[in-house]
Design a binder for this molecule. Sequence first.
Ligand code: FES
Length: 184
Amino acid sequence: MSNEEKNKTNKSGEMNRRKFFNLIGWGGLLASAGGSAIGTYKFMFPTVLYEPPTIFKIGKVTDFSMGVDERLKKERQIWVVRNERGLYVLVAICRHLGCTPNWFPDQQRFRCPCHGSIYDIFGNVRGGPAPRTLWRAGVSLDVVDNQVVVNFLTRQDPDPESTVNGLMVEEAPREAEPYFIKNA
Ligand code: FES
């Protein structure tokens, strides 16, 4: 190979190397710019955990028929119960280890699928390992639109008495404000 040809080959090799390093340089620059853009985006829209509200309206008393209404069990973790005296709200959380019981209208019982706790329509424990009655949540009437307002974290939790029928609480004192809405 002549000297001229050798020079040409060297020059083209040097050009390729330069192109290669240029490419790496630009790639790095773009990657770091992209990274900081993502960081800025994340900073502007921080990760926030949206908890469901703990005080909420559920409609008017007359929107619920007599007995246990299960419509809000999934969305709000409550059962709305109406009787001839008024309305109360049971929290759909088993008092044993927190599973969600199911309502069996034919038996008039809530049954927990986890370890077999059984509750009656008032929340009394009629069987199984649950150590306390179902909670009742705070309820009131909105003065403007007359809707039932549930305060999910205000809980009625009386000490039950151990009887042959289970862990029972006298019903009359339970049907009082702020856990019961008496019929008008
Ligand atoms: S969680 Fe309901 S019986 Fe255990």
